[in-house]
Design a protein around this ligand. Structure first.
Ligand SMILES: Cc1ncc(COP(=O)(O)O)c(C=O)c1O
Ligand SMILES: N[C@@H](CCCC[NH3+])C(=O)O
Length: 445
């Protein structure tokens, strides 16, 4: 198996991440445990920066914080000269708490509340990506009453739809996100924005999907947006300063996943934008992207302890771990596939095929089907790879299971960045029901 990032199988036959043995991390912090290989995140951010520098364009790389958000991650994103995509007051709050510069934050979402818009305006964030007319109306009223300018992008659906492992080109009016191009709604939104004294339209945003392996989708999106830009230039003399092409760059979950080098996506989208701009005799806009998964996905590994085993002769062997769909809902939600090995016996030959079950009271709580491992023992440490994106960020308390801890490792050092949830945390915000207390009192009389 190809290991990820800085991982290696060391002379003792143990999995090492960032120069630290995974087994030792499991002992120190307990399991389940998310381990992030910080060097891998740094390398990927640098790869994106290099790709843009090589193209000599103005750019921003906005980390899509929905993939994994916590204070330490926001600090890291800041230090890596990334911008930030947030989708809620919670993500914005986390970024601000971490000292992330407000002017590099972009606010997304198809249902931003008036309170969230107010927070964004008050904190003077970099821009709001306007998604629909409701939001536009609120934002106009808000900036007028506050007499504050706000930069915005307009999110459009370019009619290029990307699916996992493929992309297909379809009319995509049927999406909850953004203004569709064909009904004239995008034109109308731009017209309203251009007339507004406080909202400053910086450019256009599109996001074609997630876990994309082909660069053509981005190229096609750029061309489709330019088809509209030519119209907008003619009808409203509008030409965008910023073209945000979104995120979605694919990563390796299963061995069969073959992601492109990151620069290939950038080269294709920037080349398309340059050609289109040149054809219009206009400047190349700033190109912005919003990678989430591609920055943190492969950097994350989840360590679990092996628990119960159930052998069904001639059918299957289930091996259960101390986490599951509560820390990684992606297999249950998207039939997502993962690879794994035993971190404490990483060099041993495979001897059996088992299926890895989570501990939730739910048949669909399976992490990996048919995984080849050495003969598995109770207490072995299973390392599931590429769980860094949409793992912890989608974690939940189903069955009142506690959220795991998160550790950053780098250069042989390890540091906890999110403490494991405790049983006390679980009930901290709960209050007794007064009527239940009254019934108890009555029964005692
Ligand atoms: C608007 C937007 N930008 C960026 C992303 C990040 O996507 P990914 O993590 O696949 O790069 C998403 C999620 O799909 C998104 O909806
Ligand atoms: N949460 C999804 C991707 C959605 C990204 C946000 N638009 C995943 O785990 O792959």
């Amino acid at each position: 198996m190809n290991v990820y990032g800085t991982q290696r199988i060391n002379e003792n036959g143990k999995l090492e991440i960032g120069g630290v043995e995974a087994e030792g991390l499991a002992e120190t912090y307990g399991t389940p445990l998310f381990v992030y290989d910080v060097k891998d995140i740094r390398n990927r951010a640098e790869e994106f920066h290099d790709a843009f520098r090589a193209q000599s364009v103005n750019y921003q790389i906005a980390y899509a914080s929905k993939a994994f958000s916590c204070i330490a991650m926001m600090e890291l994103a800041r230090d890596l000269d990334l911008s930030l995509d947030v989708v809620s007051d919670g993500e914005l709050h986390t970024a601000l708490e971490a000292g992330f510069p407000a002017e590099r934050i972009h606010f997304h979402g198809n249902n931003k509340t008036p309170e969230e818009l107010e927070m964004a305006v008050k904190e003077k964030i970099g821009c709001i990506v306007v998604d629909n007319f409701t939001e536009l109306t609120w934002l106009m009223a808000l900036t007028e009453s506050e007499k504050t300018e706000m930069e915005v992008l307009i999110r459009i659906t370019p009619g290029v739809e990307a699916h996992t492992h493929e992309y297909i080109s379809t009319g995509q009016e049927d999406s909850k996100f953004g203004f569709d191009l064909n009904s004239g709604q995008a034109d109308e939104a731009i017209r309203r924005l251009l007339d507004h004294p406080f909202l400053k339209l910086q450019g256009v945003h599109s996001h074609i999907g997630s876990q994309i392996f082909r660069a053509e989708g981005f190229e096609e999106a750029v061309k489709e947006i330019y088809r509209m830009i030519r119209k907008w230039k003619e009808s409203m003399n509008y030409y965008p300063q910023v073209l945000n092409v979104g995120g979605g760059f694919g990563i390796r979950y299963a061995e069969s996943d073959k992601p492109l080098p990151l620069h290939v996506y950038i080269d294709r989208m920037v080349t398309a934008a340059k050609e289109e701009a040149e054809a219009m005799n206009e400047p190349v806009p700033e190109i912005w992207i919003e990678p989430g998964r591609a920055l943190v996905g492969e950097a994350g590994t989840t360590l679990y302890s092996i628990g119960a085993r159930k052998d069904i002769p001639d059918v299957r062997t289930y091996v259960s771990v101390d986490g599951g769909m509560t820390d990684n809902i992606r297999p249950a939600l998207y039939q997502a596939e993962y690879t794994a090995l035993l971190a404490n016996r990483a060099a041993e030959e495979t001897e059996e095929t088992v299926s890895i079950a989570g501990k939730c009271c739910e048949s669909g709580d399976m992490l990996i089907w048919d995984l080849d491992l050495p003969a598995v023992n109770q207490g072995d440490i299973l390392a599931v790879f590429a769980t860094g994106a949409y793992g912890y960020s989608m974690a939940n308390n189903y069955n009142r299971i506690l959220r795991p801890a998160v550790v950053f490792v780098e250069d042989g050092q390890h540091e906890i960045v999110i403490e494991r949830e405790t049983l006390t945390d679980l009930t901290r915000r709960e209050r007794k029901y007064s009527k239940a207390a009254a019934v108890q009192k009555e029964k005692q009389v």
